[in-house]
Design a protein around this ligand. Structure first.
Ligand SMILES: N[C@@H](CCC(=O)N[C@@H](CS)C(=O)NCC(=O)O)C(=O)O
Length: 217
């Protein structure tokens, strides 16, 4: 059976992506939880299960084959499930979905740093830095473009897929930090947060404990 190693549900945005991908694949998988940044973390991150990723979560094990980085996990699961579940069939929608997913994997550092994911908290009226604001406007523009060009309700068309998985932790940040969005982007934020897999993750995060002061402010 597949094994997915994840960190804290409340804080680990990359774990959320890996886990959503595993759920979306529809294949059985064993979940292995490594609480992040606790007193024994330096020792724990040297566990052989995390060796390929250099001590980071998530990591997907398929037998002896490891994939880490959200997009690599998605690609592995996409191949296991026949290549029709994660990316749109339409070439333009597929190119868009892949491009925005890759942009998410590599970009938006200001937003990610300024607004760490914390699914348990709400900060009404939180003021973004100039750089986090610029990242937000870029995400908003990408979401609007996807909805406009491919008809919604998801980022690249009618089916929930990899692009939606990649941006769900951003939707969570927008929710936590009360970020004002255009009407179409706000509707997409709400849809991403209401997806049944996301709801299951959020419910488990609410009761997992392991409070990390560095993300509570
Ligand atoms: N880009 C990686 C990022 C993985 C990552 O940075 N994970 C964080 C948790 S969200 C982590 O494991 N941090 C532990 C550490 O750096 O010690 C991915 O796509 O999965």
């Amino acid at each position: 059976m597949l094994k997915l190693v994840i960190g804290n549900r409340a804080y680990s945005s990359w774990s959320l992506r890996g886990w959503l991908a595993a759920r979306h694949a529809g294949l059985p998988f064993e979940e292995i939880f490594f609480p992040l940044y606790e007193a024994d973390w330096e020792q724990r991150r040297r566990d052989p299960l995390l060796a390929p990723s250099g001590g980071k979560v998530p990591i997907l094990w398929d037998g002896a084959v490891a994939s880490w980085h959200a997009l690599a996990i998605i690609d592995h699961l996409d191949r296991l499930t026949g290549g029709a579940r994660f990316w749109p069939a339409d070439p333009a929608a597929r190119a868009f979905a892949m491009s925005v997913a890759a942009e998410m994997q590599s970009s938006f550092q200001a937003l990610r740093g300024f607004c760490p994911m914390n699914t348990r908290r709400r900060y009404p009226g939180y003021a973004l830095s100039k750089e986090a604001e610029a990242d937000t406007r870029r995400v908003e523009a990408l979401w609007e473009e996807g909805l406009d060009r491919f008809g919604g309700p998801w980022i690249a068309g009618a089916d929930y897929g990899a692009a939606d998985i990649m941006f769900t932790p951003v939707a969570s940040r927008f929710t936590t930090y009360d970020v004002a969005l255009s009407a179409p982007a706000e509707a997409l934020r709400a849809r991403l947060m209401a997806h049944p897999f996301t709801c299951a993750w959020l419910a488990a995060a609410a009761t997992e404990g392991h409070v990390l002061e560095r993300y509570e402010f």
